[in-house]
Design a binder for this molecule. Structure first.
Ligand code: CA
Length: 222
């Protein structure tokens, strides 16, 4: 597995490189956004760990350019704890997940592994999260092999929530995702579909949590 590590803090970059190598990654690194952009446009990586505050080009711009080229390489963003705006913008620009600085390497490791698992199963045509499995071709969802009776719109909501599992999905993102199925989807309709899906998932110990003003989060109850 080839990983590109983009981090301009030499001490942090050094310790991350060591940890990533121990995880078994072939690590390539750079400290500058323009350099990262050049490396990403020339070569394929299996995953990218990207700091947002960089000299040259910002991490956000590197990410935007990568997605504009059509690359689906999973990207894990490193961002400052207080920069909520950055996080939201980062996800919109096409980040797959983020880790807040400062972090323990164990946290980064767990997020990276989850991200890679998610990407691999997505490429295989299904999504998995907390015992749920969604076959993207047949549009059938299962909980531990038991088929769930969901409408096509509920499946579409579940699909987006599962593909962003552990992260908040905005109401506008859901509306956009549902728009292909129907002419116009308003925020009220999104609420209705989420509500129906939530009731069907409840018996399996899975909740769709509402975060006021932010969106929805798929969670497995403890
Ligand atoms: Ca930085």
């Amino acid at each position: 597995m080839r990983i590109l590590l983009v981090e301009d803090d030499p001490a942090l970059a050094g310790s991350l490189r060591q940890g990533l190598q121990q995880m078994g990654f072939a690590v390539e690194s750079c400290q500058d956004g323009s350099e990262a952009d050049a490396m990403l446009s020339l070569r394929a990586f299996d995953v990218v760990v990207l700091d947002l505050g960089l000299p040259g080009l910002s991490g956000m711009e590197v990410l935007r350019r990568l997605r504009k080229r059509g690359a689906t390489t999973p990207v894990l963003v490193l961002t400052a704890r207080d920069a909520l705006q950055d996080r939201v913008a980062g996800l919109k620009a096409g980040a797959d997940d983020y880790v807040l600085k400062p972090f323990d390497f164990e946290e980064l490791e767990a997020r990276l592994q989850a991200l890679l698992r998610r990407t691999q199963s997505e490429r295989a045509g299904y999504l998995e999260a907390g015992g749920l499995r969604l076959d993207k071709r047949s549009r059938q969802a299962f909980f531990e092999h038991q088929p769930l009776m969901l409408s096509s719109r509920e499946v579409a909501v579940l699909e987006l929530l599962m593909s962003r599992c552990g992260r908040v999905v905005g109401k506008d993102q859901l509306a956009e995702h549902l728009t292909g199925l129907e002419e116009e989807i308003g925020p009220n309709a999104v609420e209705v579909y989420v509500h129906r899906l939530r009731r069907k998932l409840e018996p399996f110990g899975i909740s769709v949590r509402t975060l006021r003003g932010l969106g929805y989060l798929l969670e497995k109850n403890d």
